[in-house]
Design a protein around this ligand. Structure first.
Ligand SMILES: [Zn+2]
Length: 287
């Protein structure tokens, strides 16, 4: 038993990863290749069961904004010698016809936006808030971390030998719990407060890198809070009460200061901070 325990602790040490930019340490038992394969499989299943919108202006916008953010982040990592972080990602950005104001991501860069959230995003920059947030969940490997946490809780509770002998089933259960898929259309359990806050912070930075003004984020969340008051539906990622809307908007306002240091307007080689009318004019010219 002691040997198993030592092996277990060594595994945990080896499974420590660092979230890019925030530098937070996280546990990640499953390899990236395994997580990406699971994410791709689950995404395919949801896409097959959903009403995917293609060829419309909105569907094109979802794909365009997603790719813009993804490319900006890839550029940033490449300039910082961190291209490895995105190895194995196969990005997809799809629009699903569903009235719920929601969006989700799965490991390996599989993102979907529901048509129901477009009334709340309203503008391209509003959509960039949602997609920056989802890209952040993917890049920060939150799915993998949550799955590891679920697995650890299971392992701690169960007899270790049984769990290891039956690893396939355990992994399956952990995956389902981690992503909370239940009904025909993938309904996700809200991420933890920590993951949400981190995705908000990174999402702001990522949208800024792609040339979207992060000041749009608190505006979007205020509209989301108003919609939630009207409709309820707290089981969804974007209706989640954690963190509370008040805290979320306040945190976002603080995070804007950090995100503005990454704000990059396409066509300009330098980081731009359009805080003065003169700079704003320049920005419009650059557009
Ligand atoms: Zn989220």
């Amino acid at each position: 038993m002691r040997r198993i325990l030592i092996a277990f602790l060594l595994m945990l040490l080896a499974a420590c990863e660092t979230v890019p930019i925030t530098g937070r340490q996280q546990i990640s038992i499953h390899g990236a290749a395994e997580m990406n394969a699971l994410g791709a499989r689950e995404y395919r299943r949801i896409i097959d069961e959903s009403d995917v919108v293609s060829g419309t202006r909105e569907a094109r916008l979802v794909s365009e904004v997603g790719n813009k953010i993804k490319n900006a982040v890839a550029n940033y990592f490449s300039q910082n010698g961190q291209s490895d972080l995105l190895k194995g990602y196969r990005w997809e950005f799809r629009l699903i016809d569903d009235d719920e104001p929601n969006a989700f991501c799965l490991p390996g860069g599989k993102v979907a936006v529901y048509t129901g959230i477009l009334d709340i995003t309203q503008t391209e920059a509003g959509l960039a808030v949602v997609m920056g947030h989802e890209v952040a969940h993917a890049i920060a490997n939150h799915g993998s971390e949550r799955m590891s946490q679920t697995l650890l809780v299971d392992l701690a509770g169960a007899a270790l030998s049984v769990a290891v002998a039956d690893e396939d089933t355990t992994t399956q259960v952990a995956l389902q719990t981690a992503f909370g898929f239940g009904s025909a259309l993938g309904v996700l359990l809200p991420f933890s407060r920590l993951h949400e806050s981190e995705a908000d912070r990174l999402g702001l930075i990522f949208m800024a890198m792609a040339g979207y003004d992060p000041h749009e984020a608190p505006k979007f969340w205020r509209r989301m809070a108003a919609a939630k008051k009207e409709e309820g539906g707290e089981g969804f990622e974007f209706m989640s009460t954690h963190p509370s809307d008040e805290t979320r908007v306040k945190d976002l306002e603080n995070a804007i200061v950090e995100a503005m240091t990454y704000y990059h307007v396409p066509g300009r080689s330098q980081v731009a901070q359009p805080s003065t009318p003169q700079k704003q004019r320049k920005r419009r010219l650059a557009d």
